[in-house]
Ligand binder design. Sequence first.
Ligand code: HEM
Length: 445
Amino acid sequence: MESSRVAVGAMPGLPLFGNFLDFRRDRLGMQLRAVMSADVTRLRMFWRTVWCVGNHDLAQQVLVTDEDSFIKGPALSEVAKPLLGGGLLTAEKDQHRRQRKLMAPAFTPRRIAGYGQIMAARASAAAAALRPHTMIDIAGAMMGTTLDIVGRTLFDVDLMGEAREIGQALTDAMEYMIEAGMWLIPTALPLPRNKRILAAVGRLDATVLRVIAERRAALAVRADDRGDVLSILLEARDDDGAALTDRQLRDEIMTLMLAGHETTANLLAWTWYLLAIHPEVRARLEAELDATLGGRPPTFEDLARLPYTAQILDEVLRLYPPAYVIGRMAQRTVQLGGATVAPGDIVIISIRGMQRCPVYWDAPDEFRPERFADKKARTSPGYLPWGGGPRVCIGNHFALVEAQLILATWAQRFRFRLAQPAAIEPEPLVTLRPRGGVWVEVEPR
Ligand code: HEM
């Protein structure tokens, strides 16, 4: 099948703009067309060459074997600086390696089992607050629940009171970063939008820095492991014995809050949508929950005995990967299949394109959770929802445990009927969101 694609494609573009306007209008469709037709496709955004990768082996080359030839790029780090500072998502090279090592102990299986207790309790609390026979935007509800969970698991804080404001501040800031990154507008310019975003970041900062100060004060008196990520980071030491400064702690917490909240919420929003339009999958899910749990709320320990629940999430991640594209900038010349990537060129790996490509998947647009009945399918060619190599998502187990617990807890108690007949379109912002939300009617089971 691989032979139906050419090795290197090119998309016709406009003078000056190149493919920029098409990209802005329909970046998902454009990537899918590129992936269907070639292993790697050349695009142009103004003066810059962008290579869209749709071949699994070439994606591995960028992320793993040749990862040293690429950086995330100045656009991301410059524009993201007010929000994420030098956190793990934006750090490069040695700095990245150092930070990844410091953060790893916060994501061990034992630690995640601890977060799992908090996640299960918060998922139940959120379900208890649902009123039967009302209409809700379940995508918004998932944003609130995942923000609540990151607040408590990252730094033991109740963000629920501030959920809407913080969620909005994070979203505004990230959307702005995408736009500004594309146009390379410095965030320091005194434009009204810049001012609004910086004010939102200021409010987030105040919360995070207050918590760090309180926790340092508590630690000065006695050992204080609260089971959250901050407890690990406060005690983390470099090879040369150095601890993280307040600023570094703030950057890492902000990064995790941002990387960990909207992604997981969108995975769940798409899950509820797909379950609502696939009653046969929902029935099988309910049968598994009833047989395994017998009506009691799920715990972290139950997850291994809920394999179909996990398969549903793996398949939703294939169809609607929240991180639908990964970008890098070449630092030196790289031979990528038939393409010669020059220093300064951008490479984008189209995760969604590959995950919907018939080269890798039978009936790629169909929702079939049983594709993942064998866990090995998670390492299939053409499946990269978590990225790969040294920068693979550090929170992937965290996210799967969280999503499985929320899905099991809510689906055990409720059915959600779609309140709109039309198909929901993906909106490719920072993550892949359901456009307009997912409005459903809450029905008790
Ligand atoms: C469904 C949920 C999630 C998805 C689909 C997802 C996806 C990804 C992907 C594709 C990357 C790689 C980006 C790249 O290589 O440029 C990534 C990186 C990252 N993710 Fe996630 N993520 C999710 C949840 C989380 C959670 C829950 C956390 C933290 C609690 C998290 C924290 C991070 C961080 C810090 C990085 C940067 C890692 C590094 O560069 O070393 N993510 N994520």
